[in-house]
Design a protein. Structure first.
Length: 430
């Protein structure tokens, strides 16, 4: 009898407990596998459903405004309800599975009774998990078009947000490089801050599952950042242009002084030879030229200070250069107006035939132009033409008088020519 209890084989109750533990371990592994599979199937659904719901709301709003919604990819009304039910059921089943794991620790279940209980409970949990997985698969099949469109929209928004993030980083680097070179544009700092704010908004909207808003904010950020990059990289070239321009206008300043000095004898000749009515509009040319010349000097001083500052504000310097050029142009205009008026008056006084010939040719050209128009269009301009043409004989008579009023003749001739030019211009645009 002693031999019956002394063998190496385990006793029957030990074999039964070992088998129960193995079955419990297998049930635990099967339930874990079912949980992993369900988790993978559910992982992207919350985002996809949220995006699909937002797209449906946007489509409904567009329809209410009379726009065209994306009906083919919009979420059906039942999607939200079905997802709410499925999600709640899945949470409950997963909760039961986790509770079963907590109730039956793998190391603690050493006896056959608890092991069999763990096997049964974990088996039921695995079956429930697989049932939910089947429901998830059916849900995906039922709402496949809306979920696919939502996933595509979210992926597209994510790419746009990423591109905006890269564009903002590039803009920041370009602006930093310009700063190191001693160049500045305050507007670019503000624009970069705006781009960063838009990019942060895009990130937040994407995290909140609003791909439409995220994409719009990201595109604003990308465009603004791209503009900052382009303008920041252009600063060195603009600065070089301003420096070259400053050297050029300093040389021009000397010539302007010489031209301004010529005004005094020109005005003296006008006063001596012609009545004020012939040149009243250029009477203050010397004063206006002097004021413009003073502005040239003031702007040049400011420009020099800007160019020698530790940091060059490129737009401000460019604006000063433009101011110098504009003021210099006004000096030229005043000198040209006065000297031109003297030349015109001298030419008319010497021989008015050239001036009259110019007016006659302008009349002939305008007549030919109107003759080439359809009758309906030509009729609308014929009366104006005839009124201008009737002014030519009195002009010729005044020009050929023994002591012509040269100023009046010049003004009338100029008025007729401008009237004819305006008539032709209007008729062409009609």
């Amino acid at each position: 009898m002693a031999g019956l209890g002394s063998g190496a084989a385990p006793r029957w109750w030990r074999r039964d407990a070992d088998a129960a533990r193995r079955r419990a371990a297998a049930a635990r592994e099967a339930a874990a596998a079912a949980m992993l599979e369900l988790d993978a199937a559910l992982s992207d659904l919350p985002d996809a459903v949220a995006v699909a719901e937002e797209r449906a709301e946007e489509a409904a709003a567009a329809g209410a405004r009379g726009g065209r919604g994306s009906h083919s990819a919009s979420a059906p009304d039942s999607l939200t309800r079905d997802w709410r039910d499925l999600s709640a059921h899945a949470d409950a089943v997963i909760g039961h599975y986790l509770q079963a794991l907590s109730n039956h620790d793998a190391d603690a279940a050493t006896e056959s009774g608890p092991a069999r209980q763990a096997t049964a409970e974990l088996g039921r949990a695995a079956d429930a998990l697989r049932e939910v997985l089947a429901q998830v698969v059916r849900f995906r099949e039922q709402y496949g078009a809306a979920l696919t469109a939502a996933s595509s929209a979210r992926a597209g928004a994510a790419r746009t947000v990423s591109a905006a993030r890269d564009a903002v980083a590039t803009a920041g680097a370009a602006l930093a490089e310009a700063t190191v070179a001693g160049l500045a544009d305050p507007a670019l700092d503000a624009a970069l801050a705006e781009a960063r704010t838009a990019a942060a908004t895009a990130e937040a909207e994407l995290a909140a599952r609003h791909p439409g808003a995220a994409g719009a904010a990201a595109e604003r950020a990308r465009r603004t950042a791209a503009s900052v990059t382009e303008r920041a990289r252009a600063l060195p070239g603009r600065a070089a242009d301003v420096r070259r321009g400053e050297a050029s206008v300093r040389t021009r300043r000397e010539a302007l002084g010489t031209r301004h000095e010529r005004l005094a004898p020109v005005m003296s000749e006008l006063r001596r030879r012609y009545p004020l009515s012939a040149w009243a509009d250029v009477e203050r040319a010397p004063q206006r030229a002097a004021e413009a010349l003073a502005e040239v000097d003031a702007a040049l001083t400011g420009l020099h200070a800007a160019l020698t500052a530790p940091v060059l504000d490129v737009p401000a310097a460019a604006a000063l250069l433009a101011r110098v050029r504009a003021a210099a142009g006004r000096v030229d205009d005043e000198v040209r107006a006065a000297t031109g008026r003297l030349e015109q008056l001298d030419a008319v006084a010497a021989d008015p035939r050239a001036l009259l010939g110019d007016v006659q040719r302008a009349l002939v050209d305008a007549r030919r132009f109107l003759a080439g128009l359809p009758e309906e269009r030509a009729r609308r301009f014929r009366r104006t033409f005839e009124e201008l043409a009737r002014r030519l004989p009195p002009l010729e008579e005044a020009a050929r008088a023994e002591r012509p009023d040269v100023g009046a003749v010049l003004r009338e001739a100029t008025s007729i020519e401008r009237g004819l030019a305006g008539l032709v211009r209007t008729a062409r645009a009609d």
